[in-house]
Design a protein around this ligand. Structure first.
Ligand code: SF4
Length: 291
């Protein structure tokens, strides 16, 4: 908020600036969508958010929950804002055993609360439902029914099912990827590379890495084949990073080079800290630079 205090400031910001500000927060597509939305708002709405649910919903990165929350809380429009908390409250209120992860259940819950929206204070109703879920109708089988202001309306409480609801579809197991991550130094400089424009961590800077957990001999051979003049290899502490669908199991290696490797961009540790957005997956390896 200090660096980019309003929509026009965000719209005018360079990619390197807003991705750096977002550094470590994950889900980098969100900041790209925020920027795209800011540009669109400046082009079409004079740099202001429109007071209209459908127009909000059409903005990049804005889904039904966000559009409903902004429309009702900021503009007082009578539309629901259904987040995970509200889905849980709805399943318990109605003693509904449909998995709350089903699109059908989400749609039905939005319609259920849309019908209840008052013409005034819709934002307060939405916030009270979210707050009820966040503080009283707690997840993981621990609802505080004795403290609940809508206990008298709650079907699952009366049937003794509050602790077993809601149901959710089983999550797919995450794919595990083994990687050998390289903290490359050439003199004082650190070697970085930019990720592809599409896919996981799209367009961000990263420490270079190779597929698999390579032995020192395998790594030295692979780097030599890539034309790198390796002076020294040292093992770093391994690290694990969990994304939504994939886990990286990373062996870290400190690589000292005699000459910069052509495929990499070399920066000073200060430039890396101040100007390059490095995903938190690499944080433990880069912390070596601060020792
Ligand atoms: Fe949730 Fe219990 Fe309240 Fe029902 S009575 S809404 S299960 S906290």
């Amino acid at each position: 908020m200090n660096a980019l205090p309003d929509i026009p400031a965000l719209a005018a910001a360079d990619e390197a600036v807003y991705t750096k500000l977002w550094e470590g927060l994950g889900y980098y597509s969100r900041v790209r969508n925020l920027h795209r939305a800011a540009v669109l708002l400046c082009e079409e709405y004079g740099g202001e958010l429109p007071a209209d649910y459908d127009r909000l919903l059409a903005l990049p990165g804005v889904g039904e929950y966000t559009a409903g929350a902004v429309a009702s809380i900021a503009f007082g429009l009578p539309v629901p804002a259904v987040d995970g908390n509200v889905l849980r409250v709805a399943a318990r209120l109605d003693n509904d055993f449909t998995p709350i992860t089903d699109a059908k259940f989400k749609k039905q819950t939005r319609e259920r609360f849309a019908a209840l929206m008052p013409s005034d204070r819709s934002g307060d109703l939405n916030q009270s439902l979210m707050e009820l879920g966040a503080t009283v109708c707690l997840p993981n089988g621990a609802p505080r029914c004795a403290d609940c202001p809508i206990q008298h309306l709650c079907e699952s409480f009366h049937r003794g099912n509050a602790a077993v609801l809601p149901l959710r579809a089983a999550k797919k197991a995450r794919r595990v990827e083994n990687r050998t991550v390289l903290l490359v130094r050439c003199g004082e400089l650190v070697g970085l590379r930019q990720r592809p424009k599409k896919g996981l961590l799209a367009g961000l800077w990263e420490l270079p890495s190779l597929d698999g957990h390579l032995s020192p001999d395998e790594l030295r051979a692979a780097l030599t084949e890539m034309g790198w003049s390796v002076r020294k290899l040292l093992s770093l502490r391994p690290a694990k990073h969990i994304f939504t669908h994939v886990e990286w199991h990373m062996n870290g290696v400190y690589v000292e080079l005699d000459a910069p490797a052509p495929a990499l961009t070399f920066v000073t540790p200060a430039e890396l800290r101040d100007a390059y957005a490095l995903p938190s997956a690499f944080r433990s390896f880069v912390s070596v630079l601060e020792d």
